[in-house]
Design a protein around this ligand. Structure first.
Ligand SMILES: O=C(O)[C@]1(O)C=C(c2cccc(Sc3ccccc3)c2)[C@@H](O)[C@H](O)C1
Length: 151
C-alpha cells in the first residue's frame, strides 16, 4: 500500500460552475470521488486537497514529507506559472510528482506555456480534463510497482 497526495491550486474549487468548455463540467468533488475510488481499487491511500493560498500548498507538501507520502499529483493552477516557493518545496522534499492540467496549457495564452514544475516532474498530463487525474493515479501506481520490483 502506498500513500498518494493530490494537490489542487487556486480557483479549482470553482470547477464545474463556469467555463465547462475549457475545464470540463465535472466539479472538483467529482474528481476527488473518482480518484479516491481508483486509488482504493489499486490498494493505495489517497489524500485530496485544494487551496487558494500558496503557503498552504507549501505546507501540504511538507506534511506529505512528514507523512511519508510516496507520490504527489499536483494541479498548481495559476501557481504553475508563478510559484518558485512550491517548486522549492517539491525539490526540498524530493517526493516524486506528476503535474496535471485539465486544459491544454500549450494551446492557450503564451504565459500558460511556462511551468515552474514541468522540468522537475516525473511527467506532465494536460488537456485531458478530469481523466488526466485518473491517468496520473494509474501512472503513479505503475511507477511505484516498478520501484518496488527494482528494490
Ligand atoms: O488547465 C488547468 O488545470 C490549469 O492548471 C488551471 C487553471 C485555472 C485557472 C482559473 C480557474 C481554474 S478552475 C475554474 C474554471 C472556470 C470557472 C471557475 C473555476 C483553473 C489555469 O490557471 C492553469 O493555467 C491551467
Amino acid at each position: 500500500m502506498a500513500i498518494l497526495t493530490v494537490l489542487n491550486g487556486p480557483n479549482l474549487n470553482m470547477l464545474g460552475v463556469r467555463e465547462p468548455g475549457l475545464y470540463g463540467s465535472k466539479t472538483l468533488q467529482d474528481i476527488q470521488q473518482s480518484v479516491e475510488r481508483l486509488a482504493q481499487s489499486l490498494g493505495h491511500q489517497l489524500n485530496f486537497c485544494q487551496s487558494n493560498a500558496e503557503h498552504e500548498i507549501v505546507e501540504q507538501i511538507h506534511q506529505a514529507y512528514r507523512q511519508g507520502v510516496d507520490f504527489i499529483i499536483i494541479n498548481p493552477a495559476a501557481f504553475t506559472h508563478t510559484s518558485v516557493a512550491i517548486r522549492d518545496a517539491l525539490l526540498a522534499t524530493k517526493i516524486a510528482f506528476i503535474e496535471v492540467h485539465l486544459s491544454n496549457v500549450h494551446a492557450r495564452e503564451p504565459f500558460r506555456r511556462h511551468s515552474y514544475f514541468s522540468d522537475i516532474a516525473v511527467g506532465v498530463i494536460c488537456g485531458l480534463g478530469a481523466t488526466g487525474y485518473e491517468l496520473a493515479v494509474q501512472a503513479a501506481h505503475q511507477l511505484l510497482q516498478e520501484r518496488t520490483q527494482n528494490d
